[in-house]
Design a protein around this ligand. Structure first.
Ligand code: SF4
Length: 242
């Protein structure tokens, strides 16, 4: 929505008045037609000071999501030639801390081929559940196929937060999946905190590292964050993983 012109109230007098009023020259009135062009700075002067009701500002209606529909902190397991990248274990450690705040389970998502060994390894680090998309067609990284698997996982399981290692694969996959769900992604987080309302506080340097930005996604799920290798510590392995 935004600025709305009510044509029925546009005439020579109101059109000329609005044209003269706009401080950015964004309003034109020609041949009986009132228009707002790209120079508009949304200052709303025309709404407040212009002839009453000719231009109004309509707020966009935001549909609030139900955060209770989303559960779990998920780690994408980056597997390269059969080896799980170590950043995955570091993210599991952080996911466990974050999930404990909101009493959510910790998930891992595996996409690849012959991943049984990787799944067992992930479970040994205390992940509650591993979801594996295992097929010979997924042996090598393919952005379309991997995105489809990732999206299928999100649609079915609805995790609240997803942590992805900032590897070559993670950097290419995470934004694409986030875009499919019209949700945000914060790249290269250096700190992550969890609010009790399940909002993930994603902290990263901004403006050349001069400030630390805290980013939250209050009305979108899942929340995506990528983290580089060696930012967090890997947790100890658990005995008798379930
Ligand atoms: S909102 Fe401000 S800039 Fe935009 S058309 Fe109205 S007066 Fe001009």
């Amino acid at each position: 929505m935004g600025l709305v012109i009510h044509e029925e109230l546009v005439n020579q007098e109101t059109g000329e008045a609005l044209k003269a009023l706009c401080p950015f020259g964004a309003i034109s009135y020609e041949n009986g037609k009132l228009e707002i062009n790209a120079a508009c700075k949304n200052c709303k002067m025309c709404v407040r000071k212009g002839p009453v009701g000719v231009i109004t500002y309509e707020e966009e209606k935001v549909e609030l999501i139900n955060k209770d529909d989303y559960k779990g902190v998920c780690v994408y397991a980056d597997i390269d030639h059969g080896q799980t990248h170590k950043v995955t274990f570091e993210l599991i450690g952080k996911a466990k801390e974050l999930a404990a705040v909101i009493n959510h389970p910790v998930y891992a998502l595996v996409i690849g081929h012959q991943t049984k060994k990787n799944v067992e390894e992930l479970l040994s680090y205390g992940v509650d559940k591993v979801f594996a998309y295992d097929h010979e067609g997924l042996k090598d990284y393919d952005i379309e196929k991997y995105t489809n698997c990732f999206a299928d996982f999100i649609s079915r399981i609805k995790p609240s937060s997803i942590l992805v290692g900032a590897t070559n694969v993670g950097r290419s996959l995470a934004p694409r999946v986030a875009a499919r769900f019209h949700t945000g992604l914060t790249a290269d987080c250096t700190k992550l905190e969890m609010k009790e309302n399940t909002d993930l506080v994603q902290i990263r340097p901004a403006f050349g590292g001069n400030i630390m930005a805290q980013i939250i996604n209050p009305n979108h799920r899942p929340q995506f964050a990528t983290v580089r290798y060696k930012i967090f510590n890997a947790p100890k392995k658990v005995e008798n993983p379930s």
